[in-house]
Write a protein that binds this ligand. Structure first.
Ligand SMILES: [Zn+2]
Length: 282
């Protein structure tokens, strides 16, 4: 893997190599980092995984891109640091990209179950009433998004889906994120992590989940894992990750960290993933 600074300019097309660009690596509360959202690029295809409250500004400042240029999004779960920018993105797509620039409707990789939750509990308030069509109806999810349905992937001991978009293959697995009291992923609210091209693991948000790491660590070249610097709560404590085998830590880069990250040494890991950088998998 090569780590290359984007110097404020990301292209949404490349020569066919898988790359991941971090629009942010911060926690929900970070003030000196953008929130952990990223863009997967391979060939002519891109997928934006999560677009939180800081997404629109990070896209502009770190990638030199406008929202009207984005085509495919994959929201992992309903916290605002992961979906808080989607209303803005949907409006930019409908009223700028499509109406003025003639671009296609935004595509969203989303299961049927999560589509209903995301629309009814998060997006509808800001998107439903912006206009009425000739039939007088309010706008729906489908006026803003074309869904891409991931397929159920059997043979896993947790809920897992997979989807192919262009050259990019994404496996989506359920994580154990909220509430803090949930004992298993089944008891947790919907939240997905992703495994890209059978090579790269990104936890998105999860509490420590040994079974998840047992499954993906042996089959991942590189792992990006969320971290918090204290015990309890709804992310994975650094102390739990420090107890992992040395070979796993070596290929693990930390994401979703708080502003005081420089006080915590992670020399035995790959390191802290950095926003504004391209992680290129030749
Ligand atoms: Zn979260």
């Amino acid at each position: 893997m090569r780590i290359v600074p984007a110097n404020g300019k990301l292209s949404l097309k490349n020569d066919g190599t898988l790359e991941i660009f971090f629009l942010g690596v911060g926690s929900a509360f970070a003030k000196t980092l953008y929130q952990t959202n990223f863009v997967i690029v391979q060939g002519d295809t891109h997928v934006v995984v999560d677009f939180g409250m800081t997404g629109p500004m990070a896209l502009h400042n770190l990638a030199g891109l406008e929202m009207s240029g984005l085509e495919v999004i994959l929201p992992t779960h309903s916290h605002a640091d992961h979906v808080g920018g989607i209303e803005s993105l949907a409006l930019a797509n409908r009223y700028i990209a499509r109406r003025i620039m003639g671009k296609p409707k935004l595509k969203m990789i989303v299961t049927e179950e999560y589509e209903r939750i995301l629309w009814d509990m998060t997006l509808r308030g800001g998107l439903e009433w912006n206009e009425q069509d000739d039939a007088g109806k309010k706008l729906s999810f489908y006026d803003y998004f074309d869904p891409i349905r991931p397929a159920w992937k059997g043979g896993h001991d947790r809920e897992t889906f997979e989807v192919q978009v262009g050259d990019i293959h994404i496996e989506m697995f359920r994580t154990k994120h909220v509430p803090e009291q949930a004992a298993t992923w089944q008891d947790s609210f919907i939240s997905y992590g992703v495994y890209i091209n059978h090579r790269v693991f990104v936890s998105a948000d999860t509490r420590m989940d040994a079974e998840l790491l047992d499954h993906y660590a042996p089959i991942s070249e590189v792992m990006f894992h969320d971290v918090q610097f204290f015990s309890g709560a709804v992310h994975t404590p650094l102390s739990d990750l420090q107890a992992l085998p040395a070979d796993v830590k070596k290929k693990m880069f930390l994401i979703h960290y708080s502003d005081n990250w420089q006080q915590h040494t992670v020399d035995d890991f790959g390191g802290y993933a950095q926003q504004g950088y391209r992680y290129i998998f030749d």
